[in-house]
Design a protein around this ligand. Structure first.
Ligand code: PLP
Length: 385
């Protein structure tokens, strides 16, 4: 008799984003607009000070839940920026926001629970919810300008709902919620026995004229809010694997146990790098300007080519609906573009939304212009895609 793997693990599939990325690597001269890996380098001060730290200190295990100085800096960062009243005991350091999300969901979910996920959605949410034996319940925002409304959340809550996950600025849509909408959603959370998990990994990547309003700003739901954030996107620190959870103290202590029995503690050096990020490199405005210029360029270029494009307000993603150009399923459309132009994008199916592609603007503008030229040559010459 063969030993069997876990039933929930069996349900998981390799991410479509990774599948396209692997295919694009087989194609010569391809342009990779798939994964959300910033091409801008980590601020030099973080690298230099971390290298010095490593030369002069023994890297031991960090304390459970994270280095105290980092937890203090994170609490201060949120309190200054979002008018919250957190302290270091509300913060748990994680291995990227990925582990933060995993630990938060593992810590609160029981089999059979439901979690409300806003579609289009970052694929990790459903994978984790499935892994922990719960069920993702989707709210599609295609007809509400890719922004969830409080009434939609209210309508989706059932006695089984354990949590609602918000991700604004949104991957893949690049959209934000207004302060007014966040307040209305907070009222729904306040009226119901549910957690609000706010994945704020793109909170620093917000374009001119827009403002990110965190649910952490709303006093009367703070005990139900689980903030997930990190340094991968704001400070181009993807490989450092450092992020954090902010939550009510008692819940945070439970989550530290989950994390302890999964990863022990995050890398001590990366935590030091994150302290430098918050102390010495807090202003990431220059990088955001670069992302904004690129995202708006892609927005305009794809609109001219006949896509219906969601105007990005933050992040470095652009979501484009191609249904006026082709009726193909998104994976086939993406493979078609890749084979014929060498431009690799992500199929909407990866985010649970067909008829769309996501373009990651993590290449220099000249490379984006080359990608647009190739798409233009292909799309305008082939009427029957
Ligand atoms: N959440 C969202 C919405 C993301 O797009 C990503 C990465 O792309 C993550 C979380 C995970 O980021 P990390 O684990 O590098 O902090």
């Amino acid at each position: 008799m063969e030993p069997q793997i876990n039933n929930n693990v069996r349900k998981l599939e390799t991410s479509l984003i990774r599948q396209v990325l692997m295919k694009s690597r087989e194609i010569e001269d391809s342009i990779n607009l798939t994964i959300g890996e910033p091409d801008i380098t980590t601020p030099e001060i973080i690298i230099k000070k971390s290298a010095d730290y490593m030369l002069n200190n023994q890297l031991n295990y960090a304390p459970l839940g994270g280095v105290a100085e980092l937890r203090e800096e994170v609490a201060k960062f949120y309190n200054t920026k979002y008018n919250s009243n957190y302290d270091a005991d509300n913060v748990m350091v994680s291995v990227g926001s990925t582990e933060g999300l995993s630990t938060a969901l593992k810590g609160i979910l029981n089999p059979g629970d439901e979690v409300i996920v806003i579609k289009p959605a970052y694929p990790l949410y459903e994978a984790l919810i499935t892994l922990y034996g719960a069920k993702a319940v989707y709210i599609d925002t295609k007809n509400s300008s890719y922004k969830v409304e409080a009434s939609m959340i209210e309508g989706a809550i059932t006695p089984k709902t354990k949590a609602v996950i918000l991700n604004y600025p949104s991957n893949p849509c690049g959209t934000l919620l207004s302060e007014d909408e966040v307040k209305k959603i907070s009222q729904v959370i306040s009226d119901n026995n549910v957690y609000l998990i706010s994945d704020e990994i793109y909170s620093e990547v917000v374009f001119t004229g827009n403002k990110f309003y965190s649910p952490a700003s709303v006093d009367n739901i703070r005990s139900k809010v689980i903030v997930i954030n990190g340094f991968s996107k704001s400070h181009s620190m993807t490989g450092w694997r450092v992020g954090y959870i902010i939550a009510e103290k008692n819940l945070r202590d439970h989550l530290v146990k989950v994390s302890q029995y999964t990863i022990s503690t995050p890398s001590t050096l990366s935590q030091y790098g994150a302290i430098i990020a918050l102390r010495d490199a807090r202003d990431v405005g220059e990088s955001v300007k670069v992302y904004e210029k690129r995202a708006l360029y892609i927005y305009e270029a794809l609109t001219k080519l006949g896509f219906d494009v969601v105007k990005p307000e933050g992040t470095f993603y652009v979501l484009a609906d191609y249904s006026k150009i082709s009726k193909k399923e998104s994976m086939n459309f993406v493979l078609d573009l890749l084979e014929n132009t060498g431009v690799a994008t992500v199929p909407g199916a990866a985010f649970g939304t067909e008829g769309c592609i996501r373009v990651s603007c993590t290449q220099k503008i000249e490379i984006l212009a080359d990608a647009v030229k190739r798409l233009e040559n292909y799309i305008l010459l082939n009427k029957n895609l």
